[in-house]
Every structure is written in structure tokens, then in C-alpha cells.
Write a protein that binds this ligand. Sequence first.
Ligand code: NAD
Length: 312
Amino acid sequence: MKITIVGAGGMGSRFALMLHRSGADVTLVDGWQANVDAIRADGLQADFNGTPVVAKLPIYTPADIATSGVQADLIIAFTKSNQLADMFAQIRPIIHPDTYVLCLLNGLGHEDVLGQFVARDHLLLGITMWTAGMTGPGHVRLLGDGEVELQNFAPAGHAFALDVVSVFKQAGLNPKYSPDVRASIWRKACVNGTLNSLCALLDCNIGQLGQTREATPFLREIIAEFATVAAADGVTLDQDEVCHHVAETFTADIAAHYPSMHQDLVVNHRLTEVDFINGAVVRKGQQHGIPTPYNTMLTQLIHAKEQLVHAQ
Ligand code: NAD
């Protein structure tokens, strides 16, 4: 299976490295020129659970790959949500009728974006609990373990989804074929839609958020809106279970962790994925006539903060 990973940031690099080490044929595409230059010059350099690892992988800019003649059986999308549409518009020439696209981004509604570029029966959706972080152009830190859950978006993609599970298993990515990946995507979006946006706004880590008196009522209100909109979208979420799942993180090993939206916005002054997390609930709520005041306010506050720090 020829695999092209689009977005060679933390997660794209993790999947590229693990797949490459298992013998898979992997090509990278990235829009950050400094990152492309560094990987071309010195290879992808990773701190892989404390061991330095270098992988020489082919990498293209979106403009270069469009004219490269590179063919992919599978394209794995690993941009940030707000970069997805622009990236796929640029790489459209490498998407052939036989090409499948797997989306593992956090957030909601990516099937609508990708549906503009690939037939729905060639679309696979998933979530991953693996983590990764960039420490500079061409450098990533890859610690700990994780899992992947994926499913074909339309019935015709079932056999290919199973092939992907098998390739990922070979790479040690701990994949599982999901019987209902949309429910898993919504459940994960609840985690991001509470911890990411609140920690970014309050400039705190997960444990500090959990110590505030407001944390539990915030979780209940935000998740209630997610669940109401999800139900209108055909997905059932157990609100109590999801609230418990999020609240557990307040005292878990990851309590000292600053979620990625905090790192993007507060530390690195980068634009956030909020429009595909809380903002997606607002948009979908409007379509169904469901008010979402908490998610509306969170989305607006994150955008206001993006402007204040001149996020790019
Ligand atoms: P990332 O920010 O590391 O990379 C995304 C893109 O941004 C890449 O093209 C990268 O080259 C570019 N980029 C990174 N730093 C940049 C900089 N300083 N200047 C210019 N461009 C830069 O994103 P990621 O963490 O790999 O996340 C990809 C997707 O996976 C997101 O939807 C995210 O929510 C999701 N996700 C991330 C993690 C994680 O632990 N990082 C875990 C699960 C899901």
C-alpha cells in the first residue's frame, strides 16, 4: 500500500515514522517550508521514547507533489483542521478515483470538507489516542503509547478499511476497526471542546482547570450542548458518561498537561482548531435550530484571543 501523509507535523511525523519502520512505502507532504527543507536535508529526526531516530523519507510541498506523478493508495490527513481544505485543494491532482483518504484529525465535520475532494465511498474516518509534538522544523518528540480507531464512511470502503487496520497493526499503531466511529469522534470532540478551549482561555493546565469550582458546571453545560446537537446529527452520546470521562482527566496522569489549543494559542500564537470543535457544534446547532450559547461564547472568546495575540 503506497501511503502519502499530508501534514508532516507532530502526528503526521509519528505515523510516517512508525509506518516507515514497519516497511511501508511512505511519502510526506507539508506546507511549512522550513520543515520540508529540514527533513530533506537531515531526515525526519525523532526522540522516539527516549531514543534518537532518523528516517530518510521523501517529502514534497503541496505545489511540488501536485506535479510529481506520485500515486497513493491511501492519503492520511494530518494537517490542523483549519489547514485541511486549503491543503486538499492544492494536492487535488494526486487524488485519483482509486485513492482512499483517511482523516484522523480532531474535530467535527471533516467529512464535509474532504467530501469536496474524494468520493464518500473512498473516505475513512478515525480518531487516535497517540500523541506527538514538534520541537522544531524536522524534529518531533514521540512519547508513550496510543491507539487508532477507524471506519469506512460508506459501506463500499469496508474492505479497504480492514486493509488499513492490518497495515497499521504491522506498524504497532494499535488499530481497531470501529463499528461506530462517528460516536467516538463526537466523544473525543467533547474532550477537546471542554479541556482545550477552557485551558487556552484560562491559561491553565488540566489539573488546574479541575480545581476551579466552575469546572464541573462548565463541563455539564458544554457537553449538554454537544449531546443535543449530536443527537440531531444522528449520534447518541451518554452525557453522564462523557462528563465523567472528561472529569477523570482532572486527577489523572495528564493533569499537568496543557492541551494542544493552549500550546497553539498561548505559547506559539498559532490559529486554533476551535471552528471545528466548539464552532462546529454552533454551526450544526444553527442548522438544526438548537441554541448553543456556551459553545458560541467559547468560540468567540478563542477568536478574540487569537486576534489579541496576532495568531497566524
Ligand atoms: P502540528 O501543528 O504539529 O502540525 C500540523 C501542520 O502545522 C503541519 O503541516 C506542520 O508542519 C505545521 N506546523 C507545525 N508547527 C508549525 C510552525 N511553527 N509554523 C508553521 N507551520 C507549523 O499538528 P499535530 O499536532 O500533528 O495535529 C494534527 C491533527 O491531529 C490535529 O487535528 C490535532 O488536533 C490532531 N491530534 C493531535 C494530537 C497530538 O498529540 N499532537 C493527538 C491526537 C490528535
